[in-house]
Every structure is written in C-alpha cells, then in structure tokens.
Design a protein around this ligand. Structure first.
Ligand code: GDG
Length: 460
C-alpha cells in the first residue's frame, strides 16, 4: 500500500478534541504511513523552509512558518479575501489585487519547494482545499510524477462569476495537473466541468476530463462526520450535563440551535430575520421558543468579517430589544466556541437544528445535529438548499435561506411536527450520516487516487 502525503493549509493531527476531518486524515496517515504537511500557523521574519517535524498519535506532521507578507497576501489576502467570497458567490466582497495573487503563487511555490524532498516515488499525494490550487502544478514543475489528488471543501462557483477573477483560466488550468479532483456535490462538480469545457475546451465523458494530453478524474465525494464517535460523545458525562443544563435553562420552552463559524456565507443575518418573521407571525408562540446561536469569531483580520460581526450584534440587539419580555429573550447570541462534547449536548437538547447558509461546500453541523439526536424523540433539521449537504439530506426541511417566509414556515412546521414523522425523517437522515461518514469519504478519495493508471501521470 502506498504511503500518503497530505498537504493542507493548516495541520491538525493529535489532541483529544479533533473534528472529523482531522480524524479521517489522521486515520489514513496511520493506515498508510506518510506525512501531513502544511503551514504551522506561525510567522517568521524571513522564510527559511525549515521543517518542524512532530509525531503525535502515530501521525507525522511537518510544518513550516511563513513570513508576514505571505500571511497577508496568501492567507488573509488571496485565500480569504479573494477566493473564499468568490467561491461562495459573493463577488461584492471579493477583492482582486495583483499582490494577493502574487503572494498566493509565491506561498504555493514555497510549499512545493519545502515538501518536495519529503516525497518518495510511490507516494500518493492528497492536497486539500482552495489555499492550494496551484500546488499540484508546482510539484509537477519540480519533477513529481506521483499520483496527486485535490479535494475542494468549498463550492465551485458558476462560470460567469468565476470569470470575474482576472487569473481564472490560469488558476483552473493549473488544477488540471492533478489526477483526481474531488468535490462535495454533483452541483459543484458539474459547475467545474462546465468551466473546463466552455473556457478551456476540455472534453468530458463519464466524469473524466481530457485536456492537453491529460486525463483528470472528477470525483463526487461528499465529506461526512465521524458519526460513531459523535454518537458516543452524546453519552459522555459532559454532554449529558450540558443537555440537563440546557433543558433546565429552557424552562419548558423549545430550543432552536445554530452553530457556525462567524462567516457571511453561513446566512446568519437571514436566519435571524427568518426567526423574527416567525415570532411576528405567531405572537402566541413567542415565549414558547428561543434561538441559541453559537458563533465563534473567525478570520478577524479581514474587514468583511468585522462587518458581519457588527451587523449581527446590531440585529440580535434590535430583535431582542423589540420583542423580549422581563422573563424571556428571543435570541441568545454567543460569540465563543465550546468543546465538541458540550456542542453534542446542546444539539441533543434542541428541537430544531437551524442550518441556513447562503452557500456552503457541505456543512458538517447539519450532520452533527442529526447524529446527536435521541432516536426516541429526535429534533428536526431545517437545512438550506444551497449547501452540499442538501443533496444528501432530502428528509430535512429544505429551505431557501433568502426567504424569511420560508424559514418562518419551516420553523412552524418543525415545531408542530408529530413524533412519528420526526422519527421517520431522522431515521432516513441518520442512515445517510452513518453510511457516508468521514472514513467512507477518505477511503473513496484515496481509492480513486490509487486507481489512477501510471501512464496518465507520465503525460504530465
Ligand atoms: C468547510 C466548508 C465543509 C463550530 N463551532 C464550534 C465548533 N464548530 C465546528 C462544527 C463543525 C465545524 O466547526 C464547521 O464545519 P462546517 O462544515 O459547518 O463549516 P466550515 O468551517 O465552513 O468548513 C464546509 C467543511 O469545510 C468540511 O469539508 O463542510 O462546507 O465551508 O464541525 O462543529 N467546534 C467546536 N466548538 C465550537 O464552538 N469545538
């Protein structure tokens, strides 16, 4: 079995509080051997390419420090101010700066130079996400003929939106140095295929893209959670204690929960407005329910994130100011993160999981909410149609998050849903969450990569 080299912006092996992605990648690395390479998250005065190796829980990690200029232009710049908004359909927020594009390219070249000596001839190489689009092409330029795969965690935008990016075609052409490109959903895969066909003149048949003598396998490969571990976590003492505390503090009211990084793609503003609409339409229900929104801040160096934070504070304040009573507050808005077992207890105590991103590659919170439910008396998942997860979860109440009325109607439907219907929907959702878990995802991707025929690689 080939070793595997995982390459991602950040490396998060080890520690007891890991998310599903880290668990799956660590498991693949333990099984096959290999290295997980990426940025340390630390800054250095001058880039040296010195690698810091560590071994944690049977996984070897290799990290490098980056210069301030790299962090500004590559990470805060091109990755988070250009690509992230554009790929989430927000060209109004996307910033197109040549310095960002240049810094992104430079950082990827530095990653390629640094990781190159770690690669052995038969290794599989698996590159993660939008921080690293050009890395495969950079490795090819350095003589790497290994099988290299790329997985995109975020959506792929429609062709006409992507064409607003000055270097769009170069960026997409660089992706065709990979042997396998994985997407969270058919929709994102097809959007990419449209671009490659219409803008680059690629030919596509049976999800194989042929271009310039190369054959690239496009893979529909939705990520999951570590479902078994999540279910077990709901039975831990801290999850049960949290469940009890939440029920006590709900005082007989139904709880609606949202859990998201504080990000404009997550549709938090629209969520608050949809919930407000529900309260306005049904004044008699007001004190029967409340919304708990957990939103730990992220990417605080980027202005659009500071702005969404201010907007949400204002909106939560306005709704609470207008509707609260001496013994009831409609929204509990919390700007901090919690340990995963606490989240599990919170999910389980909530009658509704409200997941309303405007765009989301997948959305794992939807799956975690389902996994945390009590099978005898499960809650209801309300899920945005514009998430990758919606393709896999038709038994959720699917909504258009832009419509406050649809969100309000779904809240009403969920709160009045009988137990047998809740159980039926939950069972169908849970079957999917358990079958297509994160180990399934990493096995599917690594098998597709291992299946690539060597001759294709030699055409690179
Ligand atoms: C990207 C894509 C795709 C949240 N608050 C806390 C906390 N979280 C955890 C959740 C969940 C994770 O963060 C968020 O995952 P999502 O999938 O919802 O979203 P992104 O962070 O945007 O992830 C996304 C994902 O990559 C994987 O491919 O699904 O579409 O955008 O696990 O539980 N975790 C803890 N405390 C918190 O307060 N411990």
């Amino acid at each position: 079995m080939s070793r595997i080299i995982v390459i991602s912006n950040r490396v998060s092996a080890g520690g007891g509080n890991q998310g599903g992605l880290a668990v799956a990648l660590s498991a693949a690395l333990r099984q096959r051997g290999g290295v997980w390479f990426g940025w340390s998250g630390e800054r250095t005065d001058s880039f040296t390419g010195d690698i810091n190796f560590q071994r944690r829980d049977g996984v070897t990690t290799a990290t490098v420090d980056l210069e301030d200029q790299d962090i500004d232009e590559y990470y805060n710049g091109y990755a988070n101010r250009t690509l992230w908004p554009l790929f989430h359909y927000r060209i109004d927020l996307a910033e197109y700066e040549r310095d960002f594009a240049g810094g992104y390219q430079r950082a990827n070249e530095r990653f390629a130079d640094t990781v190159r000596p770690l690669i052995e001839p038969s290794d599989l190489i698996w590159v993660q996400d939008y921080h690293m689009f050009p890395l495969g092409a950079e490795l090819r330029q350095r003589g790497v003929t290994n099988r290299i795969g790329f997985f995109l965690h975020i959506p792929w935008p429609p062709r006409r939106l992507l064409n607003t990016l000055p270097e769009a075609t170069t960026l997409v052409a660089s992706l065709l140095a990979y042997d396998v490109i994985g997407f969270q959903s058919r929709e994102w895969l097809e959007s990419f295929a449209d671009y490659a066909r219409d803008e680059l003149g690629g030919e596509i048949e049976d999800d194989v893209l042929r271009w310039n003598g190369r054959a690239v396998r496009l893979l529909d490969c939705p990520i999951g959670i570590d479902a078994k571990a999540f279910v077990e976590m709901t039975a831990t003492p801290r999850a049960r204690l949290t469940w009890r505390q939440m029920r006590d503090s709900a005082d007989g009211r139904e709880m609606i929960v949202g859990v998201d990084r504080l990000d404009y793609s997550k549709g938090l503003e629209e969520r608050f407005l949809g919930y407000e609409r529900y309260l306005l339409q049904r004044p008699e229900q007001r004190k029967e329910v409340f919304l708990l929104q957990i939103a730990p801040p992220s990417r605080a160096d980027v202005t659009s994130y500071q702005r969404i934070r201010n907007t949400l504070e204002g909106l939560a304040g306005r709704i609470n100011g207008a509707l609260a009573d001496i013994d009831w507050v409609p929204i509990r808005y919390v700007n901090q993160g919690y340990p995963r077992d606490v989240l599990a207890g919170v999910y389980r105590a909530s009658r509704i999981g409200l997941v309303t991103p405007l765009r989301d590659g997948m959305n794992l919170v939807a799956k975690e909410y389902v996994a945390a439910q009590n099978p005898e008396d499960p809650g209801v998942l309300i899920l945005s149609r514009f998430t990758g997860a919606a393709e896999q979860m038709p038994d959720a109440l699917l909504v258009n998050p832009h419509s406050a009325e649809e969100v309000a109607d779904a809240i009403h439907q969920a709160l009045s849903m009988q137990r047998d219907e809740r159980i039926r929907r939950w069972r169908a959702l849970m079957d999917g969450v358990e079958t297509y878990d994160v180990m399934w995802w990493s096995d599917r991707f690594t098998s597709a990569l291992a299946d690539v025929v060597q001759s294709n690689v030699e055409n690179a």
